[in-house]
Design a protein around this ligand. Structure first.
Ligand code: ARG
Length: 228
């Protein structure tokens, strides 16, 4: 029997959120974003064949746990609480949470001003956890972060707390000048590739993350998506 000489590995499934700009998003039927391209480079180095599976954020961790997808890459923050059930790559992106409010809001200048205020965010995220620990805050939480932003645009909520780069993307591209970021970074967070405990890829993924950092691929993608 004739074979190519190399072992054929299965095509794995990689989950991404369909609306987490500019990291992973689906537009005109295409998957796009910094992490979509970063993953492509990682997979190439690691010699991993894959297919992307876009979905809502709420389905991501479920799909990893159930084994419906093998890995996920989508701005997922490593936290102590999450370490129990899942496996993580080394971090490849440093970021944090910020507060977004209406451009004409003169009251909210930082976290201290959020007591008794209505804060919107996305379900099941580090931002949700952060907001729920602020004394007296009223949280409105949505499966899709766009709904939180819409509520702020309409002034149905006082602020949004969410991941800085996603907030930047919204305020620069979609907010029509109606919002502003206030205060400092609220937290330090690192994004990682997530996998279920049964996976056998994280070691190779870590090596590939190092390789794309060393050969300039990471920097080129970073500049493309975030500027210099
Ligand atoms: N980084 C935050 C977290 O891990 C928010 C991520 C929201 N979106 C996503 N695609 N994971 O909770």
């Amino acid at each position: 029997l004739l074979t190519s000489g190399c072992t054929t590995e299965k095509t794995i499934k990689v989950g991404i959120e369909n609306n987490f700009r500019p990291f992973t998003f689906t537009e005109g039927g295409e998957n796009k974003g910094f992490e979509v391209e970063l993953w492509q480079a990682i997979a190439q180095k690691a010699n991993i064949k894959y297919e992307l599976v876009p979905m809502e954020n709420g389905e991501l961790s479920k799909s990893i746990k159930s084994g419906e997808v093998d890995l996920a890459i989508s701005g997922m923050t490593i936290t102590n609480a999450r370490k129990n059930n899942l496996e993580y790559s080394n971090p490849y992106f440093q970021t944090g949470l910020v507060i977004l409010t209406s451009s004409d809001n003169v009251v909210i200048k930082g976290k201290e001003d959020l007591a008794q205020k209505v804060v919107a965010t996305q379900n099941g995220t580090t931002a949700y956890n952060y907001a729920s620990e602020i004394q007296g805050v009223k949280i409105r939480s949505y499966p899709n972060i766009s709904d939180a932003y819409d509520e702020l645009k309409k002034k149905n909520v006082d602020a949004v707390i969410f991941d800085e780069r996603n907030v930047n993307d919204f305020s620069q591209n979609t907010a029509e000048g109606k919002v502003k970021i206030v205060g400092e970074l609220l937290s330090k967070e690192s994004y990682v590739v997530v996998a279920n405990k049964r996976n056998k890829y994280i070691g190779r993924v870590n090596q590939a993350i190092e390789a794309v950092s060393k050969d300039g691929t990471y920097e080129a993608l970073y500049t493309k998506w975030f500027g210099a």
